[in-house]
Design a protein around this ligand. Sequence first.
Ligand code: F0G
Length: 449
Amino acid sequence: MNDNLHQLRCFGCGDRIAGRDARPDFRCAQCGDLFEVEYAGWNLRQGTNRPNPGALKWLWRERRCSSETLDQSGVWRFRELLPILDSYGNAITLLEGNTPLYPLARSARRLGIDQLLAKHQGMNPTGSFKDTGMTTALSVAKERGFEWVACASTGNTSAAMAAYAARAGLRSLVLIPEGKIAWGKLSQAMDYGAVTCQLKTDFDGCVRVLAEVVQHEPIYLLNSVNPYRLEGQKTPAFEIAEDLEWNVPDHLIVPGGNLANSSALGKGFRELRELGLVARMPRISVIQAEGANPLVRSFAASHGKELEPVEAHTRATAIRIGNPASWRKAVRVIQDSDGWCLDVTEAEIAIAKAELGAEGLGCEPASAVTLAGLKKLRGDGKVGSGETVVLVLTGHTLKDADYTIDFHRGTLLREEEIAGHNAEIDALRRNAFVVEANPAAVVAAMKGQ
Ligand code: F0G
């Protein structure tokens, strides 16, 4: 047995309940808002429930040399900060986390920033950041005796859920919007044995249907309304701080879709500060695609007090979300950390993705909004040259190979979207040639470049 210390606290009305008392849709019975996992006493300056910072830093680093399975997970390595299971023996892991923090030297030079880094969450076992949250939430499902788990998804959550469910021996149900997710992600759900339903609606419609299904069937919901997902997704904040010798970056830039990831990373940094492991929070900014920007609109219209859902359109299908579940949590993170929320165009996303690719760090389009957003922030003077900036790259480039190929073939963007970006795009495009099978033709193609 572990010290299972957690309770759930409603983000809206502050009501506290035991973890096992959550409703199937993870909404508060009093006010309908979402819950957050809370650990009693952590926000106090002293007390018996408060871990010792120096000892933790030592222990977490030691575990990197351990051969124990849980120690090799970049999520469970930090298990003192996620005491959510009755027994760690119930943890289902694919050795997620421990992802690289890469310097982006060329982009840094172009932008005139001293230190620009990319935390590449696409290097997780199923190719996205979702694995870090799936290992925690699916372990809870297993511990609580569920046989079925389910999610609505733009693709990555379903890929991660299906893989972890397969490892745990659970059945999984996936609802995805028909024709609106990348094939790589759909193929993963099939490969890992999920029951995959393509619904004739968008992501927000899939969420609505699933919320009803879980009311009537004994299925454990693994969308990010499930607060245990965010517990795993906060751990990259610990890794970033550890990699920077327990200094936090000045600025963290995160893509925004359903807005759980920005919320989770904010929670991670907030807990590190509350526990005395770091001195301050980074500024956390959230970037959305222009056609799927309900949070940007919310800040413009009501300073983040109200959110009007939108019908979402973007080729960055992972963040094609018009009614984000965790928007209130994300507003708090942005406001508490003095961050910004802005949107970027389809052309800006495609260019940023190609620039990251040209530095040897492919990513999926939704991840590239971070670099596109940084360019805007730097242009507006909101990021200083002496700052350390970390971009969170959320998904692997092979998740959506069609997008990349279409960009380089010149078939991705429409004329009016390209306007004003022609030179940049021409400089980045690297189409594949069809060449006669002889050395002279190959050398001519090479020199023609
Ligand atoms: N980047 C990628 C690659 C994603 O898959 C997602 C979300 C996000 C960014 C946005 O993160 O929703 O926490 O703000 N994908 C979800 C899914 C919704 O179903 O895979 P968020």
